[in-house]
Design a protein around this ligand. Sequence first.
Ligand SMILES: Nc1ncnc2c1ncn2[C@@H]1O[C@H](COP(=O)(O)OP(=O)(O)OP(=O)(O)O)[C@@H](O)[C@H]1O
Length: 699
Amino acid sequence: MNGGGRQGLRSSGATGVHHHRQYSDNFLDGASTGNRWLQSAGLQHLQSNPLQDYNLYGGGAQGGRMYRNAQRSYNGGGSDYYMEPSSPPDAYRASTHKMNGEDSTGDFSPGLLDLHSFDTELLPEMPASNAYESSSLYQPIRGRRSFDDSEPYMMGKQTAKARAPDNTLKSLPADKEKSSSVAKIKVVVRKRPLNKKELAKNEEDIIETYANSLTVHETKLKVDLTQYLEKHEFVFDAVLNEEVTNDEVYRETVEPIVPIIFERTKATCFAYGQTGSGKTYTMKPLPLKASRDILRLMHHTYRNQGFQLFVSFFEIYGGKLYDLLNERKKLCMREDGKQQVCIVGLQEYRVADVENIKELIERGSATRSTGTTGANEESSRSHAILQLAIKRSVDGNESKPPRLVGKLSFIDLAGSERGADTTDNDKQTRIEGAEINKSLLALKECIRALDNDQGHIPFRGSKLTEVLRDSFVGNSRTVMISCISPSSGSCEHTLNTLRYADRVKSLSKGNNSKKDVLSSNFNLKESITVPLSSVTAPAYEDHTADAWHDENEGDDFSPPEEYYEQVKPSLKKNGRMDSYAMTDERLKKPSGLVKWKDLPRVEPKITNPEDDLSALLQEEEDLVNAHRTQVEETMNIVKEEMNLLVEADQPGNQLDDYVTRLNAILSQKAAGILQLQNRLAHFQKRLKEHNVLVSSTGY
Ligand SMILES: Nc1ncnc2c1ncn2[C@@H]1O[C@H](COP(=O)(O)OP(=O)(O)OP(=O)(O)O)[C@@H](O)[C@H]1O
């Protein structure tokens, strides 16, 4: 372990404590609410010192910044290639009629009709530089650097993932059955190789990858200064190691989604991770590869069916929108009477040729990264959103504006650690940090609500989620690519990224099955400490053969009505959480906020007094396990959300939304735990009938 890295970790911890104290009032208030809530759920034994717990998660502001500075200087320009931005073709403003072909009938309020006259501009089709030929799509473009080009990197020792043959053609079936089996949420982790700077500093690769899982080996110091290793194990839908190419990343993530875009699906693929972890490197090639496949489908499977492809590219910086294909022109966002989000003035290009798309992507990327003097600084403080929209003319009539069929959004998020920049000396940096934090939190909330099929998606939580609103409703798909650095110096940020990804994954509906509860438990629990001297490659058991969650899996069983919980979190004016107690009066009919399907699924197997005793015992054990998982997840949520709350507590930030959501989450979890406790009590009563000594749940 590199001495400097260790030092950085230690100093970061100290800074973290100091920083947290500044917010102790709010935090303690929130924590005591958490404790009250735990009491009400019968979990008082889990109450803990909030500051102590918080330090486990939130330390590292200063150390993190020191490391980031090193990363920034390494990143340099950050852009793989650079082209002088050329002016876009003159905007073609068709009549005051709706221009972007959004799928709506136009019965808006008078004010909104006005809005639509300035709606997304539909530009004339760009001249195709060469006619479409399917074979040319996979040939390298001469005279240009390919998207996959990168600086030579040192490869780790791990075995590369088996490289699949280039099966793009084969994997684009019009087969609807296959398309509909695409998971609603997929969480993939990509580990980049150690870079030259990290190697020069003798930083170690602390990430071990397996099929669908990975282990983070964190070096820690005991009070007597002896080192020991703490292992953190995570399981995801896919783990891509440093030898996996961008082509393989595409095949694993976006390729399965492309065909269903033609079937009225809105899909979102986003990269999450700290600065320099490879988000841009990973995201940049994906839209081009997807456009190739979209054009291929348009010219073959959907030939002569009037489909058209449109590209737009914009960024969200400091809560404001800028058009990356129109010299960073400031944009504004409006909602129409049908709650459709319109980005007023955003230029959308109709494209029919891969070269044109590539040119647009390059232009937008260059505009993003050269927006201000600190090139990479800027890029990592903004969220870049590239959208590929498939539209279709109504009745094949090209004179009418085409209507939206499906959309694929690619989001290169700001560096996740930026959200922690709330202690920076520079006011602007602090405000930006809070804004980024808010949007990352809101994004997670939307994914959570989306996957739980909640009626209400909290898209208003941030500009980012507002913009993505139409991607969160209806038939949607989400792919999250978590990018991580392998280096020991990034351990803390890596663990934060993996925990965020784990939260997104464990919220997936498929995880409600018993098997997935165990696998989620595995993710959250497996922090094993071993002395540094005894470290060997861990034996790995594959828990995730079926980690792709089938959205049809996990049917919800019907609960007795009394288990539904109505939640009306009351908020004080100062945004703090009011006390929350679970009383019998609150056990009412469903409010829509708490859903039974969010609770872990435990099959009711035994229903008559002749039940086999061992099956009964097994069932009780399953319930205890499920109960434990719920409690642990809840504690994790409390810690994480409290952490985010404290970080976001900046002047000008509206914390009420956070608090409301946190209250809703806690209530939801409380309902789950209460229900499990009731079921446990029921089973324990039945076990007593068998004269079996029952264990308490106070493990
Ligand atoms: N898997 C990889 N293989 C080879 N090089 C990589 C890989 N991932 C990232 N890199 C390189 O690492 C550097 C940082 O990557 P990148 O700019 O994509 O990070 P980022 O997460 O987007 O950072 P920021 O948040 O600051 O924008 C780049 O030079 C990139 O080429």
